[in-house]
Design a protein around this ligand. Structure first.
Ligand SMILES: C[S@@+](CC[C@H](N)C(=O)[O-])C[C@H]1O[C@@H](n2cnc3c(N)ncnc32)[C@H](O)[C@@H]1O
Length: 477
């Protein structure tokens, strides 16, 4: 049987069942850092996109699974309201029981299919988020999904919609094709997922992984299968539908629904990054392939994109110095002990940066003890226009954080949420919507003080491979 035949058989069995594949094997969902509204608002602002509300807003999550992403968002942001929809009733039941346990009244979960969701939604949303869903829905559902986004996103609102990306996803697609065929004899999704992991482990152990780049690439892919949770493996590799898109194809499809690209939500994370100046150089030399964006994706081995879109045509409105001064900055860069001149600063990830300017050095030294808290940029620097470019460079390279607001309600104790998360998933979400590995020595106190910085840990995407940038930019004169 070939891949298309296996997928067709799976689709047929799903149609005759009243339970969805996600009822059969619930997805092990996780909070996704980039979906936090204040992060989407920042990405939009820095890229000249619509300015979005930072409190009193409404958020809709499409395909919210068991609520792992929405629960912490709503928990720390009582000043906003959240709605999650998902067609798997067993997952919505779990989400509702966790919502009750946390006593949240700014969050609703609705069990419905995208095709019928409009009957259950009343007004529009400032933010719509959907992670790990778009590539997994069949094309006939995709139309209903996009109509829903277009209908319920308010004008100037932000839509976060990630998808598997060509051509990088071709490598994962080869492994999916192999695993679909290899596990076709098993009936239940869980059994197929487990078998896929067993087979992948055997493949890894029997491969002779030498220096050859292909052997390393394919071994990594099979290792990825072994190391992930069985529910992820089953739904990512063995689902009837998994459709990657070229970036140009995806954006053209969005435009048909009046949705326009603003920025990448994860613009300050690398996913096989190429130098910033390469794309303009290729364009100048007319080396663009399908399109320049698709060529960039080819060169940096992109497997996943997380774009932010907005409704209706919008005019780019460059960030002003005043807007920049109103932002906050947080940094955990520390002076390098080995640098006698005191110009080099180090990130916990090991990356170093040279601060050539005394103003910048003084600011970084002042910020570090405040981490993970931040400071108003306008109060930290006398002449904000002088540091605007450098600070954005540091931000793009993941070395500092710029924020529209300090997210989260710090009067809310982390304890209730984090002990629930620890129990069900072995992680804890911070008010910044980052994840920390749970540990028994968590010293969370009732005032909600941050006891551990969240940067550098758990920064990977569930479906992708974003990693820290090996950046060594120099900032200042
Ligand atoms: C791969 S999971 C992603 C879950 C979560 N967003 C995450 O990233 O962890 C896809 C989710 O979309 C939901 N879903 C798929 N098709 C749907 C449809 N037609 N209507 C509503 N929900 C759907 C599934 O039940 C599942 O929870």
């Amino acid at each position: 049987m070939n891949v298309t035949q296996v997928a067709e058989l799976l689709r047929e069995s799903e149609c005759t069942s009243t339970r969805t594949p996600y009822d059969e094997l619930p997805y092990r969902s996780l909070p996704i850092e980039w979906t936090a509204p204040e992060r989407l608002a920042l990405a939009s602002l820095l890229h000249g996109g619509p300015r979005s509300p930072l409190e009193g807003y409404r958020v809709l999550e499409l395909g919210c699974a068991d609520g792992a992403n929405l629960l912490p968002l709503a928990y720390y942001r009582r000043y906003a309201t959240f709605v999650g929809i998902d067609s798997a009733s067993s997952q919505i039941e779990v989400a509702n029981s966790r919502k009750t346990a946390l006593g949240l009244n700014n969050l609703d979960f609705i069990c419905t299919d995208f095709a019928t969701a409009s009957q259950k939604l009343s007004s529009q949303f400032d933010y719509i988020i959907s992670h790990g869903v778009f590539s997994w829905i069949p094309h006939n559902v995709r139309d209903a999904f996009l109509k829903l986004c277009s209908q319920y996103l308010r004008s100037g609102g932000l839509l976060y919609l990630n998808y598997n990306t060509y051509p990088g996803w071709n490598v994962r697609g080869m492994v999916r094709g192999f695993l679909l065929a290899q596990t076709a004899g098993e009936v239940s999704l869980k059994a197929r997922g487990q078998l896929a992991q067993e087979v992948a482990a055997k493949v890894v152990s029997s491969l002779t992984i030498g220096e050859h780049p292909y052997a390393q690439l394919i071994a990594n892919e099979f290792r990825f299968v072994c190391e992930n949770h069985v529910s992820y493996v089953a739904h990512e590799y063995l689902a009837a539908d998994n459709h990657p898109y070229w970036r140009s194809e995806f954006l053209a499809l969005m435009r048909q629904y009046g949705l326009h690209y603003v920025a990448d939500a994860d613009f300050n994370y690398a996913s096989g990054r190429i130098p910033e100046e390469l794309a303009p150089r290729l364009e100048k030399e007319q080396i663009t392939g399908r399109t320049i964006d698709d060529t960039v994706d080819l060169l940096c081995y992109r497997q996943l994109h997380s774009p932010i879109l907005t409704k209706g045509p919008w005019t780019k409105q460059p960030l002003s110095v005043e807007e920049f001064a109103n932002l906050r900055i947080a940094s955990c860069l520390v002076p390098c002990a080995s640098d006698s001149e005191g110009r080099m600063f180090e990130h916990p990830s090991g990356y170093q940066v040279e601060a050539k300017d005394e103003v910048m050095r003084a600011a970084l030294k002042k910020l570090q003890p405040l981490w993970p808290g931040g400071h108003a940029i306008g109060k930290l620097f006398q002449d904000v226009s002088q540091v605007m470019d450098d600070l954005q460079l540091l931000q793009r390279n993941g070395l500092i954080e710029l924020r529209c607001i300090e997210p989260g309600d710090f009067t809310v104790s982390r304890t209730f949420l984090n002990s629930l998360e620890d129990e069900v998933g072995g992680y804890m979400t911070t008010p910044y919507h980052t994840r920390e590995v749970a540990s028994s020595d968590l010293d969370t106190n009732s005032s909600g003080t941050h006891v551990r910085p969240g940067v550098g840990q758990w920064r990977e995407s569930v479906n992708g491979d974003a990693r820290r940038v090996p950046a060594t930019p120099g900032v200042g004169q």
